[in-house]
Write a protein that binds this ligand. Sequence first.
Ligand code: BG6
Length: 486
Amino acid sequence: MALAEFDLAIFGGTGDLSMRKLLPAMYSRDRANDLPPNARILCIGRHELSNDAFLQQLDKDARPHISMEIFEPAVWERLCKRIQYVAMDATDAKSYKALVAAMRPDPTVTNVFYLATPPALFSKICRNLSSSGLATPNSRVVLEKPLGRDLASAKQINAEVGKIFSESQIFRIDHYLGKETVQNLLALRFGNVLFEPLWRREWISDVQITIAEELGVGNRMGYYESSGALRDMLQNHLLQLLCIVAMEPPVSITSDAVRDEKLKVLRSLKRFTPVSLAQNVVRGQYRAGHVNGIAVPGYRKEQDADPHSRTETFVAIKTEVDTWRWAGVPFYLRTGKRMADSLAEIVIRFKKIPHSIFTQPNSSFESNCLVIRLQPDEGLHLNLMAKTPGDGMRLKPVELELNFRESFKAPRMEAYERLLLDVLRGQLTLFMRSDELEAAWEWVEPILDYWEQEENEPIPYSAGTWGPAAASALIGRDGLQWREEA
Ligand code: BG6
């Protein structure tokens, strides 16, 4: 579907997200000839800068994030022509004159406001967009995470933004939903008959979802210290993945049908009590260690760190989805910085065979296991038992592999490219609805409260490991292991 003409205004247009993700994503779409001829990108920043000076900054800060394989000077030049820098103070209503002057008042042009700013500014910016006449029934607003820091602040953002824009105009981004493999999970579950009959408590023993990063907090200490792994990764990315794994088949792929089903999952997550919290949640913080053979400092010794910080850089949780389909199946969630490897995967482990007819010694029986890999290589692995060649009837696990990069030669889209296109097309399926966001916070909040009251500190773990031993014990208690530790 061809895109209508648009003006995309990025609040926080000089920031990290804009430089690393949004502008390179627009470059790729421009290169694919997806952008209409007169589409424009307005990058908003506080500093007085000439357009030329801003373009020089782009050259330094955004261009290196475009892979050399796809870089074409002519496309870059075309993109730069679309970009206009707008100097204004987003918190000051009078400042919006500059934006009004820069945007096209034409009703056939879609106006998109991308708020890549701290969430504390969301309401104010929306009010200012409204009072300056820029917010119209045709405009769209994109809210970048973090969407609040607890249930109350998320509700407040929803209510304030909701006064200006209707729900169908609000795009709450979780970039994990834009990843190719996440959408492939929908294809796998609902485009095949094979898995659906097995996708339930009768056949699945447990589910593991891991997003592990080798990276530390880098220069994001200011943000991360007030966030931590639970708010930064679990409340959004991991819960969204869980929803896609656990949801009932939606009646269609339309936004509300999918989001209704995800909401039901969030509402069926087992609620924590103080006792179950102590047993089922592990929080950790990295200490100095080695990642890929390189010595790295501990979290409390990072630049600008609080030497007594209690912020978690790791969290592991055991939960359950209390429905007929899933009752009793443990879902283990885990995420952390400075881990042994960078990977994101969902592991669905099936139950053991009910009875073995094979008596030959040396057979190594394993449960069937489906691994959905998001990162670094996107694909599916299915572990099956097979007979080893030769005499006798010895069984051994083998892997069926599907590597998306090799199977589909078509160029891939980064998550932000896909999501920006969806915003411009007005498609909401891959964005969170207000009730989903609130349901996710509602489930997470008892954990935040518990940590707040608790005297204990996060458990230290060495950088370059799989987190505190307590995380292995959490799953070990059920006679299981994290896949990477098996
Ligand atoms: C972001 C978090 O949402 O996701 C970062 O704020 C994290 O802390 C990042 O590094 C991970 O995303 P990806 O796509 O690199 O796995």
